[in-house]
Ligand binder design. Structure first.
Ligand code: ADP
Length: 506
C-alpha cells in the first residue's frame, strides 16, 4: 500500500466511523492514514478481542476486519458482529482470497473482500462502496422503523376508536351494503337483548326486533324523494322503546358502502313525555269547565240579570271577561296541542268544500274583525275547491290564521282568504295587510310558545301556540304551511293540502 497515492490527497469529504481490526501495525496504520485523509473517523484495534470490545461500544458504520487474527479470528468476529448489529457493514481483509474464504466470510455477513496487497485507491473504492451500502442499510432501517411506527399508530388509533365505541351508552351497529354485520359495540348487544356477540358477517335482519328497520339497513335509508338520507324509527323490544337512526355511509366516489345505525334507549324520555301530555291534557280539561262557568256568571252580571251595574262595576267585569277569554284561549290551545301530540285525535275524513268552510270561519271571526276595524274577504274559484279532511281540522287551521291576520293588523286593514286549485295540492292563502313579521323571526314562527317580541305586539294577547297547531295539523295530512312577510306591509300564510285522501296515511 502507498500512503501518498493521489486519491488519498483528495478533498476531505467522506463521513462515517470506521474500526480497522488488524494485527499488522503497518497495515493498521496505513489504513488509518489513508481513510482519515479523506475525512473518515478511524480507530484501530490490534486483535480480535480488542476489536470486539471496541465494536460493542457502538456507533460504528464500518468494520475493516483482517481474517487472520490472533485469538478471536476474523470469521468468529464476523459471527459476533452479525449477532450484535446485522446492519454494521463489514469489509474483510484477507491475505489469501480463496473462493472458500469468500463463501465463509459472506455467510457470516461480510459485505466484501479486500485481498492483500491493495493500493489506497482500491481501499478507498471498497470503503466507499461499503459506506454506500451502509447508507442504504440505514435508509432501509429508517423506513422499516417508520412503517412500524405507522402501524403502531394505526393500532393505537384502532384501539382508541374501539375504546370510544365500547364506552358509548348508545348502541352502534355498522352493516355492509348487503345488510351484513361489520361492527357493533356492547351497548348494541345489550339494547337488542342479544345474549352473545354475533359473528361478523351475520345478516343484521335476524338481530333486529323490527322488519322495517332491517329493510332500511339492507336497502339503505332514503328520504321521501328517494335520495339517500338518515332515517329515524322507533322500535320496541322487551318493554324498551329504542330510537334507531340509520344513516347511509359512502366512500370517496359517493358509492354506498353500507349503513351506521345508532340505537338509543328512549324509554324513560317517552314515559316522561307521555306523563307531560297527560298532565297538560288533564289540567286543561279540569280548568276548562270552571272557566266556562265563571264566563257564564260574568256574562249574566254584564247582561244586567242580577241587577243594574254602575259604570265602574261594568268596567271591572269587562276587564275580567277579557282576561278570562285569554285564559280560555290558552287552555283551548293547550288542549289542541296535547291532543295532536298524543296522536289520539278522532278524525272524520270527509270531502269538504273549502269555500264553505272559509265562509264559516269568516262568520266566526267577524265580531273580532269588526271590533278591530279589519275587513274580511274571500276570493274563491267559481268552480269551487274540495279537500278530503276532518272539518274541525280545517276550521282550526283557517281560524288560527284568520285570527292572527286580524290580531296583528291595523284599523282599516284587510284579511283575504284565497283558495286555489294547484293540481296535487289545494292552496289556501290567508293574506293580511298587517304589521308584518321580522325576517329573523320567520324560522321559529311555527314552534311552540314562540311569540315575536316587538313594541307593536306587546299588548296583543296570545299563547304562541296557534301556528304550531296549524303546522301539526297540516303535517298530519302530509301538507305544508309557508309564510312570506314584509315588516310594516303584511303577511301571507300559505297552506298546501294534498287534495286526495289516498295521499296520506292515517
Ligand atoms: P299567538 O297566540 O301569539 O298569536 P301564534 O303561534 O299564532 O301565537 O303566532 C306566533 C307569533 O307569530 C305571534 O305571537 C306573532 O308575533 C306572529 N304572527 C303570527 N301571525 C302573524 C301575522 N299574521 N302577522 C304578524 N305576526 C304574526
Amino acid at each position: 500500500m502507498v500512503p501518498s497515492d493521489p486519491v488519498v490527497e483528495s478533498v476531505m469529504s467522506e463521513t462515517g466511523r470506521i474500526l480497522v481490526i488488524d494485527d499488522e501495525p503497518g497495515m493498521r496504520e496505513g489504513c488509518r492514514r489513508a481513510l482519515s485523509a479523506v475525512g473518515y473517523q478511524v480507530d484501530v484495534a490490534a486483535d480480535g478481542e480488542e476489536g470486539w470490545r471496541r465494536l460493542q461500544e457502538g456507533g460504528w458504520d464500518l468494520a475493516l476486519v483482517d481474517i487472520r487474527l490472533p485469538g478471536l479470528d476474523g470469521l468468529q468476529l464476523l459471527e459476533h458482529i452479525q449477532n450484535l448489529d446485522p446492519d454494521l457493514v463489514c469489509l474483510v481483509i484477507t491475505g489469501y482470497a480463496t473462493l472458500e474464504t469468500a463463501i465463509q466470510a459472506t455467510k457470516r455477513g461480510a459485505y466484501d473482500l479486500l485481498p492483500k496487497p491493495f493500493t489506497s485507491d482500491e481501499l478507498l473504492l471498497a470503503v466507499r462502496q461499503a459506506m454506500e451500502r451502509r447508507r442504504l442499510v440505514l435508509d432501509m432501517r429508517r423506513l422499516r422503523e417508520e412503517r412500524e411506527r405507522d402501524l403502531m399508530l394505526l393500532a393505537e388509533e384502532r384501539s382508541r376508536l374501539r375504546t370510544v365505541l365500547d364506552s358509548l351508552s348508545d348502541g352502534v351497529l355498522v352493516a355492509n351494503r348487503e345488510g351484513r354485520l361489520a361492527l357493533f359495540n356492547p351497548a348494541a348487544l345489550h339494547l337488542l337483548g342479544l345474549p352473545e356477540p354475533p359473528p361478523i358477517g351475520t345478516d343484521v335482519a335476524g338481530l333486529l326486533p323490527d322488519p322495517r328497520l332491517a329493510q332500511l339497513i339492507a336497502e339503505g335509508p332514503q328520504d321521501a324523494q328517494g335520495r339517500p338520507a338518515s332515517v329515524a324509527r322507533e322500535v320496541s323490544r322487551n318493554g324498551l322503546t329504542l330510537l334507531a337512526s340509520v344513516a347511509p355511509v359512502f366512500d370517496q366516489r359517493q358509492e354506498r358502502l353500507g349503513t351506521v345505525t345508532l340505537l338509543r334507549d328512549i324509554t324513560a324520555a317517552k314515559a316522561l313525555d307521555e306523563l307531560k301530555s297527560q298532565f297538560v291534557s288533564m289540567t286543561s280539561h279540569e280548568l276548562r269547565t270552571p272557566l266556562a262557568a265563571v264566563q257564564t256568571y260574568i256574562d249574566t252580571l254584564l247582561g244586567g240579570f242580577a241587577g243594574e251595574l254602575t259604570d265602574q262595576q261594568r268596567g271591572i267585569l269587562e276587564r275580567c271577561s277579557q282576561r278570562l277569554t285569554a285564559l280560555v284561549n290558552l287552555v283551548d290551545d293547550l288542549l289542541d296541542v296535547s291532543r295532536l301530540e298524543s296522536g289520539r285525535v278522532e278524525r272524520q275524513i270527509v270531502t269538504l268544500d273549502v269555500c264553505e268552510v272559509m265562509r264559516e270561519v269568516v262568520a266566526l271571526s267577524q265580531m273580532e274583525a269588526d271590533a278591530r276595524q279589519v275587513s274580511l274577504r274571500i276570493e274563491a274559484p267559481p268552480e269551487g275547491l274540495t279537500v278530503e279532511m276532518d272539518r274541525d281540522d280545517l276550521v282550526r287551521v283557517l281560524s288560527n290564521l284568520v285570527n292572527n291576520g286580524i290580531k296583528y293588523n291595523r284599523p282599516g286593514g284587510m284579511v283575504t282568504l284565497r283558495a286555489r286549485d294547484e293540481g296535487y295540492y289545494a292552496r289556501l292563502d290567508v293574506v293580511d295587510t298587517g304589521i308584518g313579521i321580522p325576517k329573523e323571526a320567520l324560522p321559529r314562527l311555527f314552534g311552540e310558545f314562540y311569540r315575536v317580541k316587538r313594541p307593536e305586539t306587546a299588548s296583543i294577547p296570545g299563547t304562541g301556540l296557534g301556528l304550531s297547531i296549524v303546522r301539526r295539523t297540516v303535517e298530519f295530512y302530509k301538507g305544508r304551511v309557508e309564510v312570506k312577510s314584509r315588516l310594516g306591509e303584511g303577511s301571507t300564510f300559505t297552506v298546501l293540502l294534498p287534495r286526495g285522501q289516498a295521499t296520506f296515511r292515517l
